[in-house]
Design a protein around this ligand. Structure first.
Ligand code: SF4
Length: 745
């Protein structure tokens, strides 16, 4: 396609959190190809199959092209935008007047642009005075946020992807990187091929394609890895492999309430002998010892993790324990060494986390409960002091649990607007939440019909990223601008326009003045306000003006406080992190960084510049196998499919490559149940059932089943089976672990 297009337009991939830079090829006003951007520092020109084929999503005949309102007979009727928006605004006003300001919720996505998340968040919190704002990153990254904030005082990683090529040991935990972040995996493989001495350790229940290239695979029963991490810490201390100076200068031992001396921590982890931990986790004791040695002594260890650590009832603790290992060994704040959480979605970090589009946050990831920060944001938004509610709204699971119709007095949320997400397929324990979506006033913005649009009262056709443009911020604090490439089909519109029109109809036009028909003009106004509001924070992107983002080949990493700043590769290190001598930041947060400190975790709540090494007791998952439910079920992605398959199942090549879900069963278990590959298996948990074909494969240990979760067919939707128990801190559900039974049918 190289020579056969009218122009190549710079942007970012709209799938995973890697943030690959792309060029979209446009011919005769139509996107006809996508190629990797060789200057992008995330992917250096490489793309995976989803990124290459993303343009095909735009031209599928199922695209939603007109607003639709459900009629009394249950059918949708095509209506004008004016009619649809008037109807939604009137109904929202009615519900808010009758049931209170929190009666209508917003549920967004890590696939919305930063401008979109910022705009809806402002409309709800500053306009409706309601914190009923959530997004699907609660389902994937909340535990990583909880881990970063509790350990370092601030969300998001210390380092960058550039550490991959500088590392001597790579520890991949709870991450099938090869399928979920393929271009990151490519970098890992290339590094290993070029440097055979680099050690790769993979810790997770399945021997995935990721684990297959590892020097050491640490198999564990789902949800038991906290014991493995503590055991590694024990071995590191016992063998004197820890970095005493780093711990003394840069960390404190705490249980979250009190601080302790190092001996207390050493005594605490001493109970986790590798032999005892082997019995608990099925991870071989010798392998735990070896992993500890490699981790501590490599010279530069880089850890990456994703949903395997996050989607757990002890997700925050699991994140804390990863940070513990890095702090204990000083494998942090130096080249090639960092604990790094890989983000699932393209804009969970930049869009939802950084703009504070969750029920407990404000822009800059600052807590809504903070008097100082509410007051700051109110001034920036030019709204009266006291407008923003200090009380957080409901987290995602609680929000859907409280969603219901006007006939249900027990459910205080009566209406919801969702964008770019498909909760009627993606929530865990679906049986519990579908009725609330059906009974309430549900407005859905999307590009295709989904399980959620089937329950909607109003469907608003949305523009695809390449039809509107906007900023995505990936896992490594990097924000990249995608320019508008082509026009949306039919009457589909960008979310920012829809939000602005809604605001106008609800008397809040002043709050969202970017109602331009030109989507890039509206985006730029929203972005400029967002970077102004967060200007002096540790997350500052003040130097990433739109004009500059258009020119930068690879976006910019925050903190980026001025237009001449190149963006930050490593935080908390003098000479690398611009917040060390940033006057505005110092004044806003009253943070003083002593001039002799080389490494200083300046968001430390105690003001000592230290990170927390946590004493966390061992705790397993919410459900473990029993006589009635003898198997662990774990779920995940496959390389060709994205989340609920809404887009990827409409790309013929991707649909053909991976057309349906299945259940992976170990040969020993298959023999016991007389199952052969292809047999249909009923999987049942305490919550629901799914029926899938069996694939007999030795990927996991006996007793562990795996199902990919993209299949949209009702009987194959595994989320009916998944557990909705949440982590106490992050409120992220335990998608990854359920106890189930199986039956051949
Ligand atoms: Fe897109 Fe992720 Fe593939 Fe890169 S690795 S092309 S961001 S899906």
């Amino acid at each position: 396609a190289q020579g056969n297009v009218d122009k190549w337009v710079k942007g970012a991939c709209r799938f995973c959190g890697t943030g690959c830079g792309v060029y979209v090829g446009v011919k005769n006003g139509k996107a006809v190809a996508i190629k990797g951007n060789p200057d992008a520092k995330t992917n250096f020109g490489f793309l995976c199959v989803k990124g290459f084929l993303a343009y095909k999503v735009m031209y599928h005949p199922d695209r939603l092209k007109y607003p639709m309102i459900r009629q009394k007979n249950g059918n949708f009727e095509k209506v004008s935008w004016d009619k649809a928006l008037d109807y939604v605004a009137d109904k929202f006003k009615y519900l808010q007047n009758k049931y209170g300001k929190d009666a209508v919720a917003y549920y967004g996505s890590g696939q919305c642009t930063t401008e979109e998340s910022y705009t809806f968040n402002k409309l709800w919190k500053g306009g409706f005075r309601s914190n009923m704002v959530e997004g699907n990153p609660r389902l994937c990254m909340a535990s990583a946020v909880g881990g970063y904030v509790s350990t370092f005082g601030s969300d998001e990683p210390v380092g960058s992807y550039a550490d991959i090529e500088k590392s001597k040991c790579i520890f991949l935990v709870g991450s099938n990187t090869s399928e979920c972040h393929p271009i990151i995996f490519r970098r890992v493989m290339r590094h290993k091929l070029n440097n055979p001495d680099v050690k790769i350790i993979v810790c997770e229940p399945r021997k995935t394609n990721t684990a297959k290239i590892a020097d050491l695979w640490l198999p564990v029963d789902p949800g038991t890895d906290l014991a493995v991490f503590h055991s590694m810490a024990r071995e590191i201390i016992k063998n004197n492999w820890y970095n005493e100076d780093f711990v003394k200068n840069n960390a404190r031992i705490t249980d979250g309430k009190n601080t302790y001396d190092f001996k207390k921590y050493a005594d605490f982890v001493d109970q986790f002998t590798p032999e005892k931990v082997e019995k608990l986790t099925r991870c071989p004791a010798e392998d735990i010892r070896k992993a500890a040695e490699w981790f501590a002594n490599s010279g530069a260890t880089y850890t990456m993790w994703t949903m395997g650590l996050n989607q757990r009832t002890r997700g925050v603790w699991a994140n804390n324990l990863m940070h513990n290992l890095h702090l204990l060994t000083g494998n942090i704040a130096k080249p090639g060494a960092d604990p790094f959480s890989l983000t699932g979605q393209p804009n969970a970090c930049g869009g939802v986390r950084e703009t504070g589009s969750l029920c407990h946050l404000l822009p800059g990831t600052k807590p809504v409960a903070s008097d100082m920060w509410r007051s700051y944001v109110e001034k920036a938004w030019k709204i009266p002091e006291g407008t923003i509610d200090p009380k957080p709204g409901f987290h995602t699971i609680k929000m859907f649990d409280n969603l219901g119709g006007e006939n249900n007095p027990d459910k205080p949320i009566k209406g919801m607007l969702t964008s770019t997400t498909n909760p009627a397929q993606s929530l865990p324990n679906l049986n519990k939440y579908l009725k609330g979506m059906k009974d309430s006033f549900l407005v859905v913005l999307d590009i295709f019909p989904t399980r959620t649009t089937q329950l909607a009262d109003v469907v608003l056709p949305a523009a695809f990223i390449y039809e509107k443009g906007g900023v995505y911020g990936c896992s490594e604090r990097r924000s990249q601008l995608t320019e508008k490439c082509v026009n949306p089909p039919g009457e589909a519109k960008p979310d920012v326009w829809i939000a602005a029109q809604l605001a106008k109809r609800m008397g809040l036009e002043r709050l969202i003045p970017w109602n331009d028909d030109d989507s890039m003009a509206a985006n730029e106004k929203a972005w400029t306000e967002y970077i102004t509001v967060t200007k002096d924070t540790d997350h500052t992107l003040w130097g990433a003006k739109y004009d500059r983002l258009k020119k930068e080949p690879a976006g910019l990493q925050w903190p980026c406080p001025s237009i001449d700043h190149p963006g930050t590769y490593k935080r908390y290190v003098r000479g690398m992190d611009p917040m060390f001598n940033h006057e505005g930041f110092k004044k806003l947060f009253n943070k003083d960084i002593p001039s002799d400190e080389k490494i200083f975790f300046y968001m430390d709540k105690k003001g000592e510049g230290k990170a927390n090494i946590f004493l966390r007791p061992y705790a397993g998952p919410a459900e473990t196998p029993s006589a009635a439910y003898p198997f662990y079920l774990t779920t995940g992605r496959v390389i060709e499919q994205w989340h609920t398959g809404t887009m990827t199942m409409r790309v013929p090549e991707l649909a053909r490559a991976h057309p349906n879900a299945y259940v992976e069963i170990h040969p020993d278990d298959a023999k016991k149940y007389n199952i052969t590959s292809g047999d249909m298996i009923k999987i049942t948990s305490r919550r629901g059932t799914s029926i899938l074909p069996a694939v007999i494969v030795e990927n996991s240990m006996p007793g562990i089943l795996f199902v990919p979760w993209f299949d949209q067919r009702i009987s194959e939707m595994i989320n009916f089976v998944c557990n909705d128990a949440v982590d106490k801190g992050s409120k992220e559900p335990e998608f990854k672990i359920a106890a189930v039974k199986i039956e051949r049918i």
